[in-house]
Design a protein around this ligand. Structure first.
Ligand code: 5GP
Ligand code: SF4
Ligand code: MG
Length: 464
């Protein structure tokens, strides 16, 4: 998901709509905006579909006045797979000291246990979302201010959370102690901005100030930014897959350009797993920077062997298997004239179920390619993510049940190679690879090393 918030600018909701549009790659199912105006109080709009199809209508934006606003773009991980508007954020709660709205990116790993406990004690849940637990925990807190209640609530929450929230007068940002999901602070005119990624600061002409640190809470009002440390400090574990796939390549994370990291992954891949071929082709768009790096390192020409229909979204982030299956062909087509008779290296960011790679291999061979070699910009995805990226159950992950060789046979390609975990760490700037004693990143979907125990899953029988 993507979160965004602005304080201290006229018609803040318009800025939020633009920010969410720039974060649309983080969630395409639905979006929502809440704003506050001293005369009109809180207002909110939550809609299915793209930001540009909803939050560009003047009649809707006029209902969201005020200089303080937050928003969310949703991609369902927790909660039901049947999209219902009740699950669309931001969520709103009315407390004794006033209202608060909250937008959350990540996944709470003890949400089932918390929900059970809260329901037993009388909370009435409105949604299927893990995020709603935070509102109910805040309602039960005895603290006197909303930021303090939020601290109280979040100390009971486990897992990944980057949160943008607002009261009548304050914009609040929080990152979980491990800092699994990103969150940055920016400045626009006299106002302040919180955003999942820097690419959404650019769209409104905001200046990047700094990242919110893992375990940090910032409370922002007209007089500036106050910083708090509500949690016990722990070594941070940022999601390495944000670098591989999730974030936009024009964003800067931890001082590193996401594009440059991806290009470097391609360089590492070409060093680790070279192969003789005529063309290096990306599987667009997510494989493109890595394919450029592979081509530069190997000297094999880069070419657009697969053309993407710009009017399709991300195939993976589609609710059902059937739509996802169709999705590949609706989205990608082979550039026949280029491919015919050629030995082709295809670079993609990841293999999850193997659906994309299988379809693409078929299309490339149909078009008359002589050989097909897959190079994948992440290690085999053998474990589900419980921190906010929607990977399927273990049984559906190709790499959970097959070795690299078996996967190559299953996909029936001439070769299939994944970047090593050490190679990936080198690409993100860890010269020594992963084993420095204290991994800098979460890489659980590749290593099975979960930095926070996924306790709801363990309770349901998940074997670590
Ligand atoms: P598959 O078709 O193997 O199930 O999925 C892999 C494809 O899904 C890749 O092309 C990748 O770009 C795309 N993808 C989109 N969203 C995600 C995600 O959240 N996780 C992973 N691992 N891949 C994703
Ligand atoms: Fe990111 Fe993978 Fe960790 Fe999930 S399990 S937070 S996708 S590195
Ligand atoms: Mg892809």
């Amino acid at each position: 998901c993507g979160v965004f918030g602005v304080i201290g600018v006229t018609d803040a909701a318009n800025f939020v709509a633009l920010g969410l549009h720039a974060l649309q790659h983080r969630g395409q199912e639905a979006g929502g905006i809440v704003s506050h105006d001293p005369d009109q109080g809180f207002n909110s709009a939550r809609r299915f579909g793209y930001v540009r199809d909803n939050f560009t209508r003047q009649s809707l934006m006029e209902t969201l006045p005020g200089a303080l606003s937050i928003g969310h773009v949703r991609y369902s991980t927790a909660g039901g797979k049947n999209p219902v508007i009740r699950d669309v954020q931001p969520f709103f709660g009315e407390f004794a000291m006033g209202g608060a709205a909250i937008a959350h990116n990540g996944n709470i790993t003890n949400a089932n246990a918390l929900r059970r406990e809260l329901i037993e004690r009388g909370s009435i849940f409105q949604s299927n979302s893990d995020t709603e637990c935070i509102i109910h925990l805040m309602a039960r807190s005895l603290q006197r201010t909303i930021p303090e209640r939020m601290e109280d609530a979040l100390r009971r929450v486990e897992g990944a959370f980057s949160i943008v929230a607002m009261t009548r007068t304050k914009l609040i940002g929080v990152r979980d102690p491990l800092g699994v999901r990103p969150l940055v602070l920016g400045q626009v005119g006299d106002g302040w901005v919180l955003s999942s990624e820097t690419c959404a600061l650019d769209i409104i002409g905001a200046q990047f100030v700094r990242e919110i640190e893992p375990g940090e809470m910032v409370v922002i009002n007209e007089s500036g930014v106050e910083s708090f440390r509500p949690f016990r400090p722990r070594p941070s574990r940022f999601c390495i897959f944000e670098h591989v796939y999730f974030s936009r390549p024009d964003s800067i994370i931890g001082g590193r350009s996401v594009y440059e990291t991806r290009r470097q992954i391609g360089v590492e891949l070409a060093k680790e797993s070279p192969v003789e071929a005529d063309l290096v082709c990306p599987v667009p768009d997510s494989g493109t920077p890595a394919a450029i790096g592979f081509s530069q390192e190997s000297g094999i020409p880069y070419a657009m062997g697969i053309i993407r229909n710009q009017y399709m979204g991300r195939t993976f982030i589609e609710p059902t298997e059937q739509i996802r299956n169709m999705g590949v062909r609706l989205k990608l087509n082979v550039n026949r004239a280029l491919i015919q008779g050629k030995r082709v290296i295809l670079v993609d960011d990841s293999v999850v179920r193997g659906t994309t790679s299988r379809k693409i291999k078929e299309m490339i061979l149909d078009a008359g390619a002589a050989e097909v070699h897959f190079r994948i910009a992440s290690p085999p995805t053998a474990w589900p993510c419980f921190y906010g990226v929607d990977t399927p159950n273990r049984e559906k992950l190709l790499a959970a049940t097959m070795s690299e060789d078996e996967m190559r046979e299953h996909l029936a390609v001439d070769s299939l190679k994944f970047i090593s975990l050490d190679g990936l760490y080198r690409a993100v700037g860890e010269a020594k690879g992963r084993d420095t004693g204290c991994p800098q990143y979460c890489d659980a979907c590749f290593s099975g090393d979960y930095p926070v125990e996924p306790s709801d899953q363990v309770e349901k029988g998940f074997q670590l």
